[in-house]
Design a protein around this ligand. Structure first.
Ligand code: HEC
Ligand code: HEC
Ligand code: HEC
Ligand code: HEC
Ligand code: HEC
Length: 767
């Protein structure tokens, strides 16, 4: 290469770099809008419109700008008119407006924007164009194709075609989120479609198409010019690549900052490293490997990389239905990671039970098998690599990702190409290139949550006679544990089961997402909403401020900020737990005094929970504590409606009897299981029962959706002065027995962090 050519290339290189830097560090952007809030970027206007101009820049100090204006030049008349741009400190931008009534339909208008500083060289100039059109209704037509191979294409039927950003929402219904009245149409047999659109001639819109298993695609169309398009969708590779390296949620933050912040504040982000999970994990592992729960602090249990299941195998127990020997358990050693560190567990997807089995996060052992991304628990890239979830009944007893989820992870070798990327999501009209988005219908359904929010222990039992000899065939016993999905499904919230017609406080189907990814909808009958209710109003909510130019303006009701809020165990003690306050109502009724006996009912109404209350892991329980006082004396109860043993009775324990409610007037709401108690050290733990160890369900007093629990109380009065009745509801993350057990083993959880008083009702009466 000649000498001067090299120099030329070098100069070009430097120019390119400097232009690039200038663009990324300093910039000017403008919006031409038909709306006074600059919410749309338009290039077609009506003569009845006002043009709203907004200019943002970070090159000059706005105080030094001496002249700021724009001019409009008509293509037809050549007339030029000047309008001022004025500093708007709320928007930190220059804004201006111009009526368009004097321009003829069909006119093309050039806009020149000028911001001028003190010196002549400090000048910013921008040029753009728009058209004046007329309103009309266009029938837009076209054909959807699929790319079959590198060579050819074929037409694609049943693709969802829509105008980008026009949502599946009934605009008349402002109350919440109906999915009737869909605004998309399906492509026909030859891939053809025709879609009506009302707009302005000259306006540019995007037609998009999406179909499960394909990447979304779209094309621009100018109304009145070309009303027909062809769109070609390419298939998502049907092969899952377990060697794919998940992307850190941090990498999503720069474009999805609000979603990231909400997720980061939720328990989801700590599912792998939460200390209480670690304790329970160690318990589980110890028992799984050695059959004994007591030696869980012994690190040698981790030496065997692929241990056989021991658990309760071979143990004998008896219950009301008979005597049994435990033959085995459907559990696997990586069970916990399947839900708590799903990206880690999914690396073994091929054969399910490979040696990569434990989820010892670095906080407890030196051997840290979880990577930086795996430690992010249930993270962005994991959920958005789920293509579909198997939701048939047979999967309800299986834990987490290895059995229920179809992941489609791209080939890591193609990382830098389009084929090396895919993002599954709820929208069929996201066509932003670096996402490679693919529509997945289940993202709008509770089923997407079901792999982890539905689980059971499946036991294989051999019935025995009195002499421990086999009696009949082996049987299967299912002990539902995290049962939230089924609780929702068989309730008036799902609309999925014939026996449970839609019946709840809003009268519409509500998915998990509708209550947990955003705030639950307000109650129209009582006119109340959850404390600090926040509705999404920003149509660009899903994209960070700086990246909005890539985003589509959307109906805010279609956007789900990822709050994943529920009982919020990670909120500090004393902080209000909104969902627990909102979940139920507590009332005291039928109060009377007869023959010196005070009697009344306490009603606990599951009015706003989309499933059983309390839900979740079997440890969750709620204590209803009832008290009656007269003349400063606590009255003694004269009936036997009292709190059962799991309410706590440990006067000599770590907490010295504080928070011990067993035997007091009231009721405990919990799913109470039983495990085989083979170790005295662990007996308090009996009152809790980690589902993984359960052999029998003793009772389930939790309240199903829309149902009311009523308990009756009687107290002996002492005189005729005023009586005060108090009913309190205390939500407990862990039962008292588990707290005592944990404290004894060095995991001290303060009572104020575990117990949350959500309701307190006081009633006074004169006998
Ligand atoms: C537990 C699974 C899960 C996790 C974790 C998750 N998402 Fe989502 N995401 C969903 C579901 C489900 C939807 C669809 C909600 C709907 O429309 O009903 C969704 C929707 C979205 C959307 C579409 C816009 C919207 O908000 O509705 C974006 C963008 C998105 N997620 C990005 C992220 C990012 C970024 C993270 C991490 C910070 C993340 N997601 C973590 C399940 C998840
Ligand atoms: C460079 C910016 C950028 C980054 C980084 C980014 N996104 Fe996006 N993402 C977008 C844009 C832009 C859209 C489309 C917005 C629209 O059309 O309204 C989008 C859309 C999505 C959607 C919706 C897809 C659909 O069809 O429903 C999901 C899900 C999503 N992103 C997840 C993620 C996740 C997870 C990460 C991190 C691994 C991530 N994004 C990183 C810019 C980004
Ligand atoms: C109508 C609103 C609503 C719907 C629908 C709903 N939930 Fe809930 N959810 C609540 C409320 C209120 C609470 C707090 C009371 C409680 O813990 O039972 C809660 C609590 C939870 C908890 C916390 C349990 C714990 O142990 O901390 C989880 C997990 C949960 N829900 C998951 C789900 C899943 C999964 C679905 C869908 C299958 C769902 N929810 C549907 C309102 C709802
Ligand atoms: C890959 C497994 C997985 C999926 C999928 C999943 N979750 Fe979870 N979720 C978890 C785990 C694990 C936790 C418990 C985190 C902890 O406390 O350690 C959790 C916790 C929660 C909580 C409890 C937060 C609290 O405050 O108590 C809510 C609410 C929740 N998830 C809702 C959802 C919803 C809604 C979906 C579907 C859109 C979903 N989850 C999908 C695994 C999952
Ligand atoms: C089927 C999925 C699934 C499996 C398998 C699973 N978990 Fe969970 N776990 C969850 C979900 C979802 C939650 C959170 C919401 C709730 O309370 O239901 C949770 C919550 C917990 C909690 C309560 C956390 C808290 O903040 O109080 C502990 C402890 C826990 N899991 C430990 C374990 C251990 C140990 C294992 C393995 C034996 C395990 N889990 C297996 C899904 C699962």
């Amino acid at each position: 290469m000649k000498y001067y050519k090299k120099i030329l290339i070098l100069i070009l290189f430097i120019i390119t770099i400097s232009l690039f830097c200038k663009n990324s560090f300093a910039g000017v952007s403008h919006v031409l809008s038909r709306n006074a809030d600059y919410s749309t970027d338009d290039h077609a206007f009506l003569t009845t419109d006002t043009l709203y101009v907004q200019v943002t820049q970070n090159i000059l100090d706005y105080r030094e700008i001496k002249k700021s204006f724009f001019t409009l030049k008509s293509h037809q008349t050549k007339n030029k008119t000047k309008y001022p741009l004025i500093w708007n400190s709320d928007l930190t931008a220059f804004t201006g407006l111009a009526p368009l009534e004097n321009y003829p339909i069909g006119d093309k208008i050039t806009i020149h924007i000028t911001l001028r500083g003190k010196n002549a060289k400090d000048e910013i100039k921008r040029k753009d164009r728009f058209v004046i059109g007329n309103t009309g209704k266009w029938t837009l037509t076209g054909t959807i194709y699929e790319k079959i191979s590198d060579k050819g294409t074929g037409t694609l039927t049943n693709a969802r075609v829509r105008i980008q950003g026009v949502a599946d929402i009934n605009t008349d219904d402002i109350s919440y989120y109906p999915q009737e009245d869909d605004k998309f149409i399906l492509s026909g047999e030859n891939g053809n479609f025709a879609i009506d659109y009302e707009g302005i001639s000259g306006q540019v819109i995007v037609i998009t198409a999406g179909k499960e298993g394909y990447k979304n695609a779209g094309k621009e169309i100018t109304l009145g010019h070309n009303n027909s398009v062809t769109i070609t969708l390419s298939l998502v590779s049907a092969e899952d690549h377990p060697s794919y390296e998940y992307r850190s949620s941090k990498s999503c933050e720069k474009c999805h900052s609000t979603i990231y912040n909400d997720w980061q504040d939720s328990d989801m982000a700590y599912a792998a490293v939460n200390p209480i999970n670690q304790l329970v994990f160690l318990l589980y592992t110890a028992w799984y490997v050695t059959g004994d729960r007591a030696n869980f602090t012994d690190p040698s249990i981790f030496n065997d990389p692929n241990p056989a299941f021991v658990g309760d195998k071979g143990k004998i127990f008896e219950d009301a239905t008979g005597r049994y020997m435990i033959l085995g358990d459907a559990g696997h050693i990586h069970d916990c990671a399947d839900c708590h560190s799903p990206s880690y567990a999914s690396k073994v997807q091929g054969d399910g039970v490979t040696p990569l089995w434990d989820m010892r996060a670095g906080i407890l052992t030196d051997v840290d098998k979880l990577s930086f991304v795996d430690k992010q628990g249930v993270h962005c890239d994991f959920c958005h690599k789920m293509h579909s979830v198997r939701d048939e009944e047979e999967y309800w007893t299986e834990p987490g990702v290895n059995y229920k989820v179809n992941l489609l992870r791209p080939d890591p070798l193609l990382e830098s190409s389009r084929e090396g990327k895919v993002m599954f999501g709820p929208f069929d009209d996201v066509i932003y290139k670096s996402m490679q988005a693919s529509y997945a219908a289940q993202f709008k359904k509770s089923e997407i949550c079901s792999p982890c929010h539905q689980d059971a222990r499946k036991l294989y039992l051999q019935p025995l006679d009195g002499n421990n000899q086999p009696k009949g065939d082996a049987i299967e016993r299912i002990l539902w544990s995290e049962d939230t999905y089924r609780e929702w499904r068989f309730s008036g919230y799902s609309g999925l089961e014939e026996d449970y017609p839609v019946n709840n406080y809003v009268g519409k189907v509500l998915q998990c997402q509708d209550c947990h990814m955003k705030d639950p909808p307000p109650d129209p009958t009582i006119g109340k909403s959850i404390a600090d209710y926040r509705e999404i109003t920003d149509p660009f909510f899903m994209i960070s401020e700086e990246k909005r130019k890539y985003a589509t303006k959307r109906d805010p009701r279609t956007i789900y900020p990822h709050r994943f809020e529920g009982t919020n165990q990670n909120l500090t003690a004393g902080k209000r737990k909104r969902y627990l306050d909102w979940a139920v109502d507590l009332t005291v009724t039928d109060t009377k005094v007869e023959d010196g006996i005070l009697s009344f009912d306490v009603n606990l109404i599951n009015s706003h929970t989309g499933h059983t209350y309390p839900s979740g892991v079997t440890q969750r329980n709620v204590v209803l504590l009832v008290e009656a006082t007269q003349s400063g004396t606590v009255l003694s109860q004269s009936n036997d409606q009292v709190i059962d043993t799991p309410g706590g009775n440990f006067p000599d324990g770590y907490y010295e009897g504080k928070g011990d409610y067993a035997g007091k007037p009231g009721k405990i709401f919990m799913k109470h299981n039983r495990m085989i108690v083979d170790n005295d050290e662990l007996s308090p733990f009996f009152y809790d029962i980690l589902y993984a160890h359960a052999v029998e369900e003793l009772y389930d007093t939790r309240i199903k959706a829309n149902q009311t629990d009523t308990t009756h109380y009687e107290f002996q009065t002492i005189d005729t002065s005023k009586i005060t009745i108090t009913a309190r509801l205390i939500y407990r993350f862990l039962p008292k027995g588990t707290l005592e057990f944990a404290a004894r083993n060095g995991y001290v959880i303060p009572l104020e962090e575990n117990d949350y008083e959500s309701h307190k009702v006081g009633v006074s009466l004169n006998p």
